[in-house]
Write a protein that binds this ligand. Structure first.
Ligand code: SGN
Ligand code: CA
Length: 532
């Protein structure tokens, strides 16, 4: 008799356990990590709408949190990505620049998600030199990837897909969500755009629209770099002097010769010739229809143009194409967010939008990144987490790309390895600022000599100040007062009024170097790598 009672009871207990496991499994949140390449926060309307409207990206902030002091630890592509994946500063994971290899023995956080039963996928631009580990399905662009008709490295080898890369990456992401996502498992999805990386090729629907627009010039477009150190003066990223006339501004290469224009770099005309070669006939025809008249117009105007007018012309060309690229990213984000809604996934899915670093949109006359100065040091960060993050909230704490790994592990309830160097920003996402005790971040840039010639520097940044040491072929210190000089035009390092600030920050910087295990020995080791 007892036996008969026991069996149904056992079945009940077992089915309850299985059921509660399923419930628990369903409760582990999904993560959609959206990252674009070189997307300046100045070009997201949730931050500022003076350049472009990005209604879909803005949705993440409207329904979540916008971070105004999110930053990177080294403002360049591959190092930032390696930092995101490992939760470590560059001097430890080895990817100090875009050239030297990543230490592949380093653990990356998707491996931990995979081990913990998450389904993992990655589509788009990874660009850190290796295929990702811990990813069930990936289709990633080799290196920088192409804007049109891109190749992809996949789990099963190389493929080429015809189309506009931003849209292709969105299609791949949607295809995975719709057709290969396992509804029994939580997922970690990387949706990674190449856009708006140089050389800024928009989709046809957008170049038709954006080449007609005019954009406001930033107040520092004609910066003469007085008031700062040698590094700003010697950097090679001035729009007038260093942007390619053909490769970046999209003049027809042969017209440059006719007008007697000196190429801005050796690759100036070649980049544009390669761009034409990659188009299909149809794509090329659509391109020429819009860009040939721009060249024709320039031919007329060039002989009487002053340098100032050339700068303004190049700035407009730059903004038209750069922002045109962002429009497609925003479309793609909209497609993904809509699908999350339609499929009922929104509620249990955290959506993050960020970039691998910031970018100059003419501030200080520049394009590119690399510097500890705000436009490149800061990066967009928007996070939606229904039920946890207060919709429409804002946060100005110093959070860093270093924090992603531990944040995601925390969200998923997976233990983070003790040698990761970031901090989970979950308390901030929950609105608990008291649960957050970081007041300063550490920064270190290495790729010198190299593209754009930005000198090596490391530094400390708080909400109020920024102290940087430029070293290697110089030994210069710079201090900026972030509240009173937000455009960072005046180095206050030698101003006696700031002596106590300098002393305090120098001490804190030394402490951070020790805390993060960086040192003069390592600085020298990485300089020596460049001598070999
Ligand atoms: C290319 C670009 C540079 C850019 C680096 C690194 N030149 O070399 O302007 O700084 O990539 O960018 S290009 O003419 O070839 O486009 S990063 O985002 O990968 O770090
Ligand atoms: Ca980048």
């Amino acid at each position: 008799m007892k036996y008969f009672l026991f069996v149904p009871l056992l079945a009940l207990v077992l089915s309850f356990t299985a059921c509660s496991d399923t419930v628990k499994e369903k409760q582990r949140p999904n993560i959609v990590f959206i990252m674009s390449d070189d997307h300046a926060y100045q070009a997201i309307s949730a931050y500022s709408d003076h350049l472009i409207q990005t209604p879909n990206i803005d949705r993440i902030a409207d329904e979540g949190m916008l971070f105004s002091n999110a930053c990177v630890s080294n403002s360049i592509c591959a190092p930032s990505r390696a930092t995101i994946l490992t939760g470590k500063h560059c001097h430890l994971h080895g990817k100090i620049d875009n050239i030297f290899p990543f230490d592949t023995t380093q653990l990356t956080f998707p491996q931990l998600f995979q081990d913990a039963g998450y389904q993992t996928a990655m589509f788009g631009k990874l660009h850190f030199g290796n295929n990702p580990k811990g990813i069930d399905e990936f289709k990633i662009l080799p290196g920088q990837g192409a804007y049109y008709n891109p190749d992809f490295n996949t789990n099963d080898g190389k493929i080429r897909i015809e189309g506009y890369t931003t849209d292709v990456i969105t299609d791949l992401t949607m295809d995975w969500m719709k057709n290969r996502r396992d509804p029994e498992k939580p997922f970690l999805l990387f949706y990674l755009h190449k856009a708006p990386h140089r050389n800024w090729l928009p989709a046809e629907r957008h170049f038709k629209e954006f080449t007609k627009k005019t954009f406001p010039e930033p107040p520092t477009l004609f910066d003469d770099y007085e008031g700062r150190g040698t590094a700003a003066k010697e950097a090679e990223m001035n729009i007038l002097l260093h942007q390619n006339w053909a490769g970046d501004s999209k003049l027809r290469p042969e017209v440059m010769d006719k007008l007697g224009i000196t190429p801005a770099s050796k690759a100036d005309q070649r980049i544009m010739q390669n761009t034409y070669r990659r188009f299909t006939e149809e794509q090329l025809a659509a391109w020429n229809e819009v860009y040939d008249p721009i060249t024709e117009d320039f031919k007329e105007r060039y002989p009487s143009m002053t340098e100032k007018e050339q700068m303004s012309w190049k700035y407009q060309r730059y903004m038209q194409d750069y922002l045109g690229c962002i429009a497609a990213v925003d479309d793609g984000v909209g497609t993904v967010l809509d699908y999350l809604d339609e499929s009922g996934l929104t509620e249990n899915t955290i959506v993050v939008y960020t970039s691998d670093q910031g970018f100059y949109l003419g501030e200080h006359g520049w394009f590119d990144k690399r510097f500890i100065y705000d436009e490149s040091f800061k990066t967009p960060l928007l996070v939606r987490w229904p039920g946890t993050v207060q919709p429409g909230s804002k946060n100005d704490e110093m959070v860093q790309n270093l924090d992603f790994a531990q944040t995601f592990l925390d969200i998923a309830g997976i233990e983070a390895p003790s040698d990761m160097q970031g901090e989970s920003i979950v308390p901030l996402l929950k609105g608990d600022v008291k649960g957050w005790d970081r007041d300063a971040v550490y920064y270190h840039y290495y790729e010198y000599p190299g593209a754009h010639m930005v000198k090596r520097h490391y530094g400390i940044v708080t909400r109020e100040y920024k102290l940087a040491h430029f070293y290697d072929d110089v030994d210069e210190w710079e201090l900026y007062d972030r509240k009173n000089d937000p455009m960072e035009m005046q180095n206050e390092f030698n101003n006696p009024e700031y002596a106590s600030v300098v002393a305090e920050l120098e001490e804190k910087l030394a402490e951070l170097r020790v805390k993060y295990e960086d040192s003069e020995e390592l600085d020298q080791k990485f300089i020596d790598l460049y001598q070999k």
